[in-house]
Design a protein around this ligand. Structure first.
Ligand code: 1AG
Length: 135
């Protein structure tokens, strides 16, 4: 069983969010604001349902899913697209394939050195974020 991702996590590094946002078609003004944010990630599990909250002073993004069960994702407040998303464990990584308009769109979460890692992929861009545990 992979180690639990659940908890409250604060961002400590954020590499190439700019490239990821450009790939998603986010406008200049929003990108400038988004780049200054420190995200907090709150991951909760209730039964077999996960709830993932990305919180910031500018916008929040919350979604929920069951592992191995496709769901309709609407990236409200992000790029505002609809995806057919599927989250599955690949070894120790929780991977979400986001099928939709954008090619090669997916993210992966895993724990390494007591930190929560996140890679966000879109087209040829990869944003790498690391979070430290708060709670
Ligand atoms: C995601 O993570 C993205 C979570 O699906 C947010 C991370 C970066 C921002 C992504 C795209 C930028 C689009 C618009 C910028 C506008 C606002 C930025 C607000 C950021 C806080 C919500 C997968 C993940 C798994 O949820 O943890």
């Amino acid at each position: 069983m992979p180690v639990s991702l659940c908890g409250t996590w604060d961002m400590v590094s954020n590499v190439n969010l700019e490239g990821y946002m450009i790939a998603l078609g986010i406008g200049l003004y929003t990108r400038k604001i988004a780049l200054k944010l420190k995200h907090r990630k709150v991951i909760e599990q209730v039964g077999d349902q996960y709830v993932v909250k990305t919180l910031s002073t500018f916008r929040n993004y919350t979604f929920s899913f069951r592992v191995n069960e496709e769901f309709e994702e609407f990236t409200k407040g992000l790029d505002g697209r609809h995806c057919k998303s599927l989250v599955a464990w690949e070894g120790n990584k929780l991977v979400c394939i986001q099928k939709g308009e954008k090619k090669n769109r997916f993210w992966a979460h895993w724990i390494e050195d007591d930190k929560l890692h996140l890679e966000l992929h879109c087209e040829d861009q990869v944003c790498k974020q690391v979070f430290k545990r708060v709670i």
